[in-house]
Design a protein around this ligand. Structure first.
Ligand code: 6GU
Length: 232
C-alpha cells in the first residue's frame, strides 16, 4: 500500500515512519510512504504557501497554487484523497477498514485555518477529522490515520489473532492483561489466570470486557446490548 502525504512539514514524518511495526512494514515493502513537501511546489518568490482569508477573519489559509501544483504532479484522477481537518467526518474503525482495501491513499495535511476551498472541491474525496478537539496541524491526524489503516494491511501485524481479539471487536473494550511476576510489590495477578482453566478464563475476560465497556463507554455498551438482544 502506498501513502502519499502532502505536508508543509515533511521532517515531521521521519522518525515515526522508521519506528516499530510501521518501520518494519516500510523496510519490508508492505508499505511505501511518499512524503511530498508542498512548499517545493510554490511559485512564490519566497515560497509562501499561505495567505490572508478573503472576507477577513483570523489566521491564514493555505493557498491554492502550491497544492494544485503538488497534487497535479503526483495524483491520478481516480485516487482516494483525504484532507485532514477538524471539520471533517470523524475517522473510525469502519472507515479504517474501507481504506485498508485501497492500494493507494493520499493525505493532505491541513494547517492554519485550513486550505482554500477550491483545493477541496477539485481534489479531495474525504475530509477527515480524528476527533472532537483541535490539533495544531493535520500531520498528527495523518499519522493516526495511516497507522490505523496500515495495521489492517495483510502482513503488517505479525500475529493476526491479536487483530481479532482487540478492543472494539464485538463492540466491547479489551480485558485487562497481566504478565510475570504473579506478585509484584504486593500486587497479585488474579488467581484464576494462573490456574489454566481456559473456559473459566474466557468467561472472566468476557465479564471484564463488559464491565469496563459499561463503565467507560456507555455508547458502545448500548450498541453491544442491542446486538446481543437482537441475537446477532
Ligand atoms: Cl484532522 N486536524 C486538526 N487540525 N485538528 C483536528 C483534526 C484534524 N482532527 C481532530 N482535530
Amino acid at each position: 500500500m502506498i501513502f502519499k502525504i502532502y505536508t508543509l512539514f515533511p521532517e515531521f514524518f521521519s522518525s515515526p515512519l522508521k519506528s516499530g511495526l510501521m518501520g518494519k512494514a516500510v523496510e519490508s515493502g508492505i508499505l511505501e510512504f511518499r512524503v511530498i513537501d508542498i512548499r517545493e511546489y510554490s511559485e512564490d518568490r519566497f515560497r509562501r504557501c499561505d495567505d490572508y482569508p478573503y472576507g477577513g477573519g483570523s489566521g491564514m489559509v493555505m493557498m491554492p497554487q502550491p497544492l494544485f501544483s503538488a497534487l497535479e504532479a503526483n495524483e491520478e484522477s481516480t485516487g482516494t484523497v483525504l484532507y485532514t481537518s477538524p471539520s471533517g467526518r470523524t475517522f473510525d474503525r469502519d472507515f479504517s477498514r474501507e481504506l485498508s482495501g485501497k492500494g493507494e491513499i493520499s493525505i493532505i495535511c491541513g494547517h492554519y485555518e485550513g486550505v482554500d476551498q477550491r483545493v477541496i472541491e477539485r481534489f479531495v474525496t474525504h475530509e477527515v477529522s480524528i476527533g472532537d478537539y483541535v490539533l495544531s496541524g493535520g500531520e498528527y491526524a495523518a499519522l493516526v490515520i495511516a497507522d490505523a489503516v496500515a495495521r489492517l494491511v495483510p502482513g503488517f501485524m505479525g500475529n493476526s489473532q491479536s487483530l481479532v481479539e482487540e478492543s472494539f471487536e464485538g463492540d466491547l473494550l479489551e480485558y485487562p492483561q497481566y504478565t510475570r511476576p504473579a506478585e509484584y510489590m504486593g500486587l497479585k495477578v488474579p488467581d484464576l489466570l494462573l490456574q489454566g482453566d481456559h473456559a473459566k478464563i474466557t468467561l472472566w475476560r468476557n465479564e471484564k470486557r463488559i464491565e469496563k465497556t459499561r463503565a467507560v463507554r456507555p455508547d458502545l455498551y448500548k450498541k453491544y446490548l442491542t446486538r446481543i438482544i437482537l441475537g446477532e
